[in-house]
Design a protein around this ligand. Structure first.
Ligand code: ADP
Ligand code: MG
Length: 709
């Protein structure tokens, strides 16, 4: 019997490429380790005197794992990560090769910032920014075929201190939520809690295609989605994909991804097929928010690299295929205190339940006032095609709590908790609270924000987005809700109520204020859209309008009050997002133009020639009823005429767009370019189904969406 090839177990390799606490403990003097560990937990500042010692240990560790370079690894204000590699080894004056990596290298670096978007926060003549080590996320080695790079998670700032990255805002929002959470717990008399951390777990959806086939399509190559082509009618059989067996080829890919990520300390808990054909999902175990956002970037990076090795094309686009399910990144989040307690976990203990409900109500309260920020945070080009489409939440923010919690809140609000469902375990005289059991089956998958038993889930973020932006929005909104909650709560305590009663009264008030944002029904339904309109919940109908919400005065003020973004920084962020929206659709327009002229027009002409010749042959032999042939040829010809007209319109439109100011440019894209692109697509797709396969140079949906070969 052939011997089975042995792979190392996940446990053997887990975290082997991370400079984690175990590694530090072994390699650093005790006092240095303790200072560093404190900085990693955010408990104390990193003592600058130890940087050299840490750097040396880190370098030795990295070199022993084959790393030849180091880099500060950061998230510019795009959705990607960036790094500039520097070699450990350089030659001294005598030509002797030396390995160097100093404390200064570790703590601060100066990549050239000129090519990263700043939205105008940095004037162009001052092209430099600096990156600074963020010790709360551990360093790791990104392996490459001939070695590897020591990556040092960093923030990225311009010289005037304005962030040029996403992490800085995220860290600020984490502080905003933490300080208010601690205050909340203190008011409940809980003084032993040292810190409160946001926890985040992002579920990542994606498509995988056969690379050679996918590369034949310029739209997939340059835009990550199909601009032409349609799903064949009556192919409902394709729906049986969900939770079915994962194709062998994909499983092999997933296993390799999981193993590489395990080495990087990323623990992918689940993998499965998604709703659409060739669509899959990975979900990691949740982590502290900052680490979770870094890890999601790593997941995406490793997935991209591995796809190439497996001859697969990976798509993170929110809507790669027309009329099919799109891809999201569901962001699950909660708060955890220094004792490891999940603050969104219902309990059988009355007091703990009131604490749980206070944190929950604060979030809902925040959303009721600042839903616009959540919408702004997911206003990305790909989400234009996804939100409100197949299996994706609508572009309207509402919160679903589930029947158990909804009933409890309603009872508290009514002030008569006697009829509450569930088991009443504690009788506090005035108010009874049942033991709250949020059933797992009590799920509403249509809501953009849902309470799912012991955490919230934000389902609107797009698959290609960096998680930091939506997480920053969620935490800011939560902090703002807590701020308001705390004001009422404190006033109630000051008027002599005991904390639990004071909190229940606050929950009642919060729930009255925020009733508007709560919706337990089917958020996909037409009725909900009408109802949401009546409730005034529709804040933005288009992506640019969504981005505009970053400049909404109330949202700007709140973000400034929470210490997350300064107004100037929001103006800059607005510009970056708007530009990225415009650029991405501009690229799509160019690609569509090329595909029509290079592929579709010639194909129609070839088909017309074919039809013309066959018509002539039929006529020559006196075939009957060939007038029908004629009308078919005329129909095909009219599709081409239609395309010629629309392509002319496209050229004209694009000329007019050139000099427009940014916001107007975005507006024209939404109102004119996108509808025109859709019209072009309809004509091309109508032609596609009556042309010979060999004439069309682009693999069709049915070919693309098959991984068997
Ligand atoms: P679901 O069935 O709701 O998708 P899962 O248990 O599969 O739930 O979890 C989905 C994601 O939520 C996972 O990434 C998981 O790690 C994350 N998650 C679970 N609990 C928490 C929590 N307390 N805080 C943040 N994320 C969490
Ligand atoms: Mg989920």
């Amino acid at each position: 019997m052939a011997e089975e090839k042995k792979f190392p177990t996940m446990r053997e390799i887990y975290g082997s490429l991370v400079f984690d606490k175990n590694e530090m403990k072994q390699r650093l003097p005790k006092d240095v380790y303790e200072n560093l560990a404190g900085a990693m937990e955010g408990r104390q500042k990193l003592d600058s005197g130890i940087a050299d010692t840490v750097a040396l240990a880190m370098k030795d560790w990295a070199v022993s794992h084959g790393a030849s370079h180091w880099a500060h690894w950061f998230h510019p204000l795009t959705e990607m990560t960036a790094e500039k590699h520097t070699a450990f080894v350089h030659a001294d004056d005598n030509g002797v090769a030396l390995e160097t990596f100093t404390g200064k290298d570790l703590v601060q670096s100066e990549p050239d910032a000129s090519s990263f978007p700043s939205g105008g926060t940095r004037s162009t003549f001052e092209a430099r920014g600096y990156s600074a080590w963020d010790p709360t996320s551990p360093a790791f080695i990104m392996k490459s075929p001939k070695g590897g790079t020591l990556c040092i998670p960093s923030v990225f700032l311009s010289y005037d201190g304005s962030p040029l990255d996403m992490k800085t805002y995220l860290l600020r929002s984490m502080d905003a939520v933490e300080s208010r959470s601690l205050k909340m717990l203190k008011l409940f008399g809980n003084r032993g809690v040292r810190y409160v951390r946001a926890t985040v777990g992002g579920e990542q959806e994606f498509f995988l295609l056969d690379r050679p086939k996918a590369q034949k399509r310029p739209d997939i190559r340059f835009s990550g989605r199909t601009l032409l082509g349609s799903r064949p009618p009556r192919d409902q059989k394709m729906e049986d994909h969900y939770f079915g067996a994962i194709p062998t080829r994909v499983l092999a890919y997933m296993e390799d991804v999981q193993r590489d990520l395990a080495r990087l300390g990323v623990d992918l808990a689940t993998r499965h097929n998604e709703v659409a054909r060739c669509q899959f999902e990975f979900a990691p175990n949740f982590a502290e928010a900052n680490l979770a956002c870094d890890q999601n970037q790593l997941i995406m990076e490793v997935m991209r690299k591995m796809a190439r090795q497996h001859e697969l094309r990976l798509l993170f686009h929110e809507k790669p295929f027309k009329e099919m399910n799109g891809s999201g990144k569901h962001v699950n989040f909660s708060l955890q205190d220094s004792e490891g307690r999940n603050l969104l976990k219902p309990s059988s203990n009355h007091r703990k339940n009131v604490i749980f409900l206070s944190f929950l109500s604060s979030f809902v309260l925040g959303v009721s006032e600042f839903a616009g920020l959540l919408q702004a945070s997911v206003a990305t080009p790909g989400n234009m095609y996804r939100l409100g489409g197949h299996e994706a939440p609508p572009n309207i923010i509402s919160v679903y709590l589930g029947s158990a919690i909804d009933a409890v809140i309603a009872a508290i609000e009514a002030g008569s908790p006697k009829d509450m469902p569930g088991k009443c375990t504690v009788d506090l005289g005035l108010i009874k609270l049942p033991e709250i059991v949020a059933f797992d089956s009590d799920r509403n998958r249509t809501s953009p924000v849902a309470f799912t038993g012991n955490k919230f889930e934000f389902r609107a973020p797009g698959a290609s987005q960096a998680m930091a932006v939506p997480v920053t929005a969620l935490l800011s909104v939560w902090a703002a809700g807590m701020e308001k909650f705390l004001q009422i709560f404190e006033a109630n305590i000051d008027s002599g109520q005991d904390p639990v009663d004071a909190a229940l009264c606050t929950i009642r008030e919060a729930s009255k204020i925020s009733r508007n944002i709560r919706f337990e029904g089917d958020a996909y339904s037409k009725e909900w859209h009408e109802e949401a309109e009546r409730r005034g919940l529709i804040k933005a109908r288009t992506i640019p309008q969504g981005i505009d919400l970053y400049k909404d005065p109330a949202i700007m003020q709140m973000l400034e009050d929470m210490g997350v973004y300064k107004k100037r920084e929001l103006e800059a962020f607005w510009a970056i997002r708007m530009e990225s929206f415009v650029n991405s659709i501009e690229i799509e327009m160019s690609v569509l133009r090329d595909m029509i002229w290079e592929g579709i027009m010639p194909a129609i002409s070839k088909q017309l020639m074919l039809e013309k010749n066959s018509y002539a042959a039929a006529e020559e032999v006196g075939a009957k009823d060939i007038d029908r042939w004629k009308s078919h040829i005329a129909e095909l010809a009219s599709l081409k005429t239609g395309l010629l007209d629309k392509m002319e319109e496209l050229t004209e439109l694009r000329e007019n767009l050139v000099d427009l100011e940014l916001r107007e440019h975005a507006e024209q894209i939404v109102t004119k370019a996108v509808p025109l692109m859709n019209e072009i697509r309809e004509l091309a797709d109508a032609a596609e189904i009556c042309m010979a396969d060999e004439f069309i140079p682009y693999p069709k949906y049915r070919t693309l969406l098959s991984l068997s070969s």
